[in-house]
Structures are given as C-alpha cells and as structure tokens.
Write a protein that binds this ligand. Structure first.
Ligand code: NAD
Length: 503
C-alpha cells in the first residue's frame, strides 16, 4: 500500500488509499469525466512531478464518516498506554523510513536536504514522541469543596476526546506542522481528517502509510487532498460531522474558516500569519547577533511563520548589524536541493514569488535602499524554471510602509534604527500581528523586560525558533487564536466533563 501510484498522490480514507479510478473524486459523487486532479510541481525546477487526486465532497464525507465510526468502534476509549505506544511506534517507523520522508518533503517544497533532515523530518519524529510523553504524564484537575455544616464535595474533571478533528495545514513546513497537530490529536483519542496544502501533498500521504503500518485503526487518520473554498478544505470545514478545526495558515483564510464553522459553533485553534520583529540593542556581541538574526530572516527562504521581517537596531550598532547581515546573505547558497552545500531553497511557487516581487516594487516606491538582493537570481540549467528569489534587505523604510506592515513570507527584512528601549518596544508592538519576537541584548534584565513587553505569543532572547514542545505556541491579534503545545494541546484536543460528588 503506497501513497503514490504511478504519478498519482492519493487520498487516504478509512484505512486505505483511494484509487483515482474509484469514481470521479473517489467519493462516487462527481459527474465530470476523468479524474479530478491537479499537478504537484517541484518548486526548485517548476517541473510537474506528480498528479494529485482531488477529493470531491462525497469523498470528504466518507472520510468524516469513517473517522466518526472509528471513534465509536473503540478508538476514543483506547487505553492511554496503547495510544502512546502507537505514537512511539510511529516515531520509530518515520525514523526507519527517514530518507523517504526527506525525499517527499523535498519534492513538495524544494527545500535543502540538510534542512529537511535536521528540521522537518527530525521534528516530525520529535512531535510523536513529545505528545506521547505529554499525554502519558497528564493528570486531571480535582478540587475538594467545603460546604456548610462541615460537609464536602469532590469535583474532578474527566477529559474526553474532542471527536473528529479537521486538520488544515499550509505548505511551508508541511510535515512538521501536520505532525504538530496530528500527534496530540491522536494521543488524546481523536480521529482526524487532514487537508494538506495543495502545494505540498506528499508527506501527509506518506504518513498515512506509516500510521497504517504501525497499526492505527482504519478511519482514525484520513487525508483528503485539494484546495480551499469549493474544494476539500471548504467541504471539510463546512462538514456538520466535524467537532473542531485546528488550522495553520494565513490570517485571511483563518477568518474564512471561522465564518464557515460559526453556524455550528465548533472550537477552532488558529496558528496564523506574522510580521515578526527583532529588537537589537547596542550591547550585543555583533557577530553572535548577526548569526541568530540571519537564521531568523532567511531560514526556509523566509517561509516560516516565525521569521523576522522587521529588524529594529539601536542606532550606534546599526551599520555593523546591517553590514553583518549583508555579508551573511552573501554566504547563502541557493541551488540544487539535493546538494549538501545548499543552504537556501526556492519560494513555494511562481504565484508566491509574484506576491513577494510585488513587495519589492512597493519597497522601491516607498524609497527603500536595497542593501542586498532585490532580484530573481539566474541559477542555470533546470533551476531557472523554479521560483527562486534573492535574499533581500532594505533600509529607509518606516512602520508606515506596507512592506513593514504586511506579511511578505519571503527571505526579506526591513532594517530600522531606534534610540531608546521604550521606542523599540513601541515600534515592535506597532503591528496588527502578534506571533513572535526576538530580543538581542547582553543585559539580562533588559532581555527579560523587553521580551515580556512584546505583544506576542512567543518571545525569544538571544535566540530564535528554539522550541520546547511542552511550551505554549500561538499568537495574538491577526496571528491566531488559542495555543497548542504541551498542556495547551491537551486542552484543545479534549473536552472536560466536570463531575461533582457530594461526600
Ligand atoms: P493558506 O491560508 O492559503 O492555506 C492554508 C491551508 O488552508 C491550505 O491547506 C489551504 O488549501 C487551506 N484553505 C484555503 N482556503 C480555505 C478555505 N476557504 N477553507 C478551508 N481551507 C482553506 O496559507 P498558506 O499560503 O498555505 O501558508 C502560509 C501562511 O501560513 C502564512 O500566512 C504563514 O504565516 C502561515 N503560517 C502560520 C504558522 C503558525 O504557526 N502561526 C505556521 C506556518 C504558516
């Protein structure tokens, strides 16, 4: 049983891959001739590497129905030990098939092989292990309540699975973000219907093979491929049989999903966009700060929700930091994803590159100085068909410019000087988003003070994207709703029933 047949990447419903020949959209509900499908393109070359079978409404319905049945037939009541062992076996199996996941991640995204190995696939393994640990160690709330006349009552909460969870994820770190949600959902006894991004269908399908191999019951993990509204994403989030939606993606889509589920009042967990700031004080070790900052601006070609796009630098070190970042940008190696020398991949698609290039134009119109980049690179041979972009740094912009206000999601940052701590906090918090921030200083007290003053879900001091999976993750404002990670995930993926016993 494999995720791909020939060039088809298939849906996975009720414990089996659905053949594209099995009706139009696989659900038997389509009337169009031929298979509903779309091309999977390699962003590094622009070449089509597979065809993806698009689920129709009937197939999405089959997936939700299968998930419900799996819950009813026992999955929701499985012993915690059984579930956590299954998660650990899944982690082991991903490790055994590590290079297949690496290859699928690269085919989906064009990202460098070193990153796919060290971040994406390694984190998928870690996600399964971490949430097995969290669930195994979880307790439950209880209170002894004093009553009149010396009597007491015992209150305790029993946590039950949320039910059928719709998991809708984006393309930037597809396997990492998918497993970040699927692992806790399954650990808590839910069944999931996953809708991967249309740009990156490969790893979600491969994960279906692994979960079946380790013995996950049919219907507990389902994958439906397709787009948003009017396709699998829209059908899934509008389905009356889902009990909640966990979504990672853009703020605009999050708002749309919220509207879709509003009539049935389903819980949502939203991890949305960001326009993240770094604040760099003049007491830093410049080289160390530049090393951290360049990671935070350029990692994954700037396509991480946590990436820094606004760098506020105290005036006396502004030129040093700017010079250091330009030098680091010059060291990045764009190229063949399979080469271990490559540090930087392409953007996900030509459409996304057009969007990023639109911001290059806006920066120019706003009078920005381009310190480095600003062009589409020529890499030669096959790669010129890919969606490559130069890492780009600007000065001369202010918080009033759209380039500094809107999420670009590319390897770009605006460098802006400041004089005082108070001014820096004001500039960093002057945004509609509130996902992440980083503070760079050697003054311990200032580091804590400024990090706590950031109006964000995650603030780092002298580092970036350093995660302990037990800690809360999420954003405020346009950056999201709710938190996942550790106990926060348990809260979203379960519903408590409080039992009160008069003693
Ligand atoms: P997107 O919002 O376009 O798509 C995300 C997912 O939603 C995809 O699977 C898509 O098919 C689906 N979708 C689109 N419209 C839908 C609809 N109407 N109903 C249901 N599903 C729909 O986002 P993207 O371009 O794939 O990803 C990039 C965005 O994700 C950026 O804004 C980035 O900041 C954000 N992101 C946030 C986090 C976080 O943890 N906060 C992490 C990664 C990415």
């Amino acid at each position: 049983m494999t995720a791909e047949t020939g060039r088809w990447i298939r849906n996975f419903v009720d414990g089996r891959f659905v053949d594209p020949d099995d009706g139009d959209g696989g659900g038997g509900g389509g009337a169009r001739a031929g298979h509903r499908g779309f091309d999977a393109t390699d962003p590094a070359t622009g070449l089509v590497h597979a065809r993806v079978h698009e689920a129709d409404e009937a197939l999405v319905d089959r997936a939700v129905t299968a998930a419900r049945r799996a819950l009813r037939e026992g999955w929701a009541d499985t012993a915690v030990r059984e579930r956590t062992e299954l998660l650990r076996r899944a982690a082991d199996r991903i490790e055994e098939r590590f290079e297949e996941f690496v290859a699928a991640e690269i085919a989906d995204t064009g990202k460098p092989v070193t990153q796919a190995r060290e971040l994406d696939v390694a984190r998928a393994v870690a996600n399964f292990r971490a949430f097995a640990d969290v669930v195994a160690a979880a307790g439950q709330e209880s209170f002894l309540t004093d009553l009149a006349g010396g009597k007491r009552a015992l209150n305790y909460a029993v946590r039950k699975p949320l039910g059928v969870v719709a998991v809708v994820v984006p393309w930037n770190l597809p396997l990492l973000l998918l497993t970040w949600k699927v692992a806790p959902a399954l650990a808590c006894g839910n069944a999931v219907v996953v809708k991967p991004s249309e740009e990156t269908p490969g790893t979600a399908a491969l994960l279906a093979e692994v979960l079946a191999e380790v013995g996950l019951p049919a219907g507990v993990y389902n994958v439906v491929h397709g787009f948003g509204g009017g396709s699998a994403g829209g059908y899934l989030t509008a389905h009356p049989g889902i009990d909640g939606v966990t979504f990672t993606g853009s703020s605009a889509t999050g708002a749309q999903v919220m509207r879709t589920v509003a009539p049935r009042v389903r819980p949502v967990s939203f991890e949305l966009g960001g326009k993240n700031a770094a604040v760099v004080f003049d007491d830093v070790d410049v080289d160390e700060a530049v090393t951290g900052l360049s990671r935070s601006v350029f990692a994954n070609t700037g396509q991480v929700c946590l990436c820094t796009e606004r760098v506020y630098v105290q005036r006396s070190v502004f030129d040093d930091i700017a010079g250091g970042l330009v030098e680091r940008a010059g060291r990045l190696r764009l190229g063949d994803p399979l080469s271990e020398e490559t540090t930087t991949g392409p953007l996900i698609s030509h459409a996304h590159r057009d969007k990023v290039l639109g911001y290059f134009d806006l920066a120019e119109q706003a009078g920005a100085t381009v310190l480095t980049g600003g062009q589409v690179p020529r890499l030669g041979a096959d790669l010129d068909g890919g969606s490559w972009i130069e890492p780009t740094l600007w000065t001369g912009l202010t918080n009033a410019d759209r380039v500094v206000r809107e999420e670009i999601f590319g390897p770009v940052a605006a460098l802006i000087p400041f004089d005082t701590e108070e001014e820096a906090i004001g500039l960093a918090n002057d945004t509609d988003y509130g996902l992440a921030a980083s503070v760079w200083t050697n003054d311990l007290r200032r580091g804590h003070r400024v990090a706590q003053a950031m109006n964000v879900g995650m603030a780092w001091v002298n580092t970036w994207f350093l995660r302990d999976l037990r800690s809360p993750f999420g954003g405020v404002g346009l950056s999201g709703l709710g938190r996942e990670g550790g106990e926060s995930s348990l809260h979203f993926y379960t519903e408590p029933t409080n039992v009160c016993v008069q003693l």
